[in-house]
Design a protein around this ligand. Structure first.
Ligand code: PGA
Length: 250
């Protein structure tokens, strides 16, 4: 049985004092959850978040990283740097990074490899635009993104990758994919992984849904056969609301 992984993506929100207060509020609310709870926070919050989340079941992730280990890349942060302060997870290839910061399938693949080399667990985002969906190309787009992202990884690495299926038209728009649509898209991603890496890997890999997940729709989405939790943006900014998403099964 795959576990459910619920990750908050704060995006460019929350100052360190707010992060500390948030985690202190969230801690008692999710302490009994059997689901994996992750908060992906801005770089400037990482250290404070890690300290505050010590001895809790809340794991901390970053939202991006560079694929090089070090060097003349002004403004960038490497996997090794994240690992050095005990960050566990990192979001890679979020659609906002693909859209605004020139992230490509190639850089996504390089980043995932660098994450594994440094002992970080990647949360890799794939998803189609509204236009691609309307042209009937959604499945083609997301399976290709998945294939290119994972290219050259070992079976063990693919098994430890978290994939987040995030249809771009559903992010921050209040529009959620229907649970059937999201489940079917995730099944297609799983099938693609089975074709390349075999049944065992495909059955183990965690694939989340992301895009306007809220406490009101979390249960319906997360109880579908192939949806293994969610990547939550806007609704993760409020600890009460986020705790209800984490506790969708309690
Ligand atoms: P949203 O964002 O929940 O605000 O739609 C999800 C994401 O971008 O990861």
């Amino acid at each position: 049985m795959r576990k459910k992984v619920i990750a908050g993506n704060w995006k460019m929100n929350m100052l360190p004092n707010e992060a500390i207060e948030y985690i202190n509020q969230l801690t008692p609310l999710v302490k009994d959850s059997k689901n994996e709870v992750i908060l992906c926070v801005p770089y400037t919050d990482l250290f404070y978040a890690l300290l505050t989340a010590q001895n809790t079941n809340i794991k901390i992730g970053a939202q991006n990283m560079h694929f090089e280990e070090k060097g003349a890349y002004t403004g960038e942060v490497s996997a090794k740097m994240l690992k050095s302060i005990n960050v566990e997870y990192v979001i890679i290839g979020h659609s906002e990074r693909r859209q605004y910061f020139n992230e490509t399938d190639e850089t996504v693949n390089k980043k995932i490899k660098a994450a594994f080399e440094n002992g970080l667990k990647p949360i890799v985002c794939v998803g189609e635009t509204l236009e691609q969906r309307e042209e009937g190309k959604a499945v083609e787009v997301i399976t290709k993104q998945t294939e290119l992202a994972l290219e050259g990884l070992t079976k063990e690495e693919v098994k430890s990758t978290i994939i987040a299926y995030e249809p771009i038209w559903a992010i921050g728009t209040g529009k959620t994919a229907t649970s059937e649509d999201a489940n079917n898209a995730i099944k297609e991603i799983r099938n693609k992984i089975e074709q390349i890496y075999g049944k065992e890997v495909a059955e183990d890999v965690i694939i989340q849904y992301g895009g306007s997940v809220k406490s009101k729709n979390a249960k319906e989405l997360f109880t579908m056969s192939d949806i293994d939790g969610g990547l939550v943006g806007g609704a993760s900014l409020d600890p009460e609301e986020f705790s209800k998403i984490v506790n969708y099964d309690i």
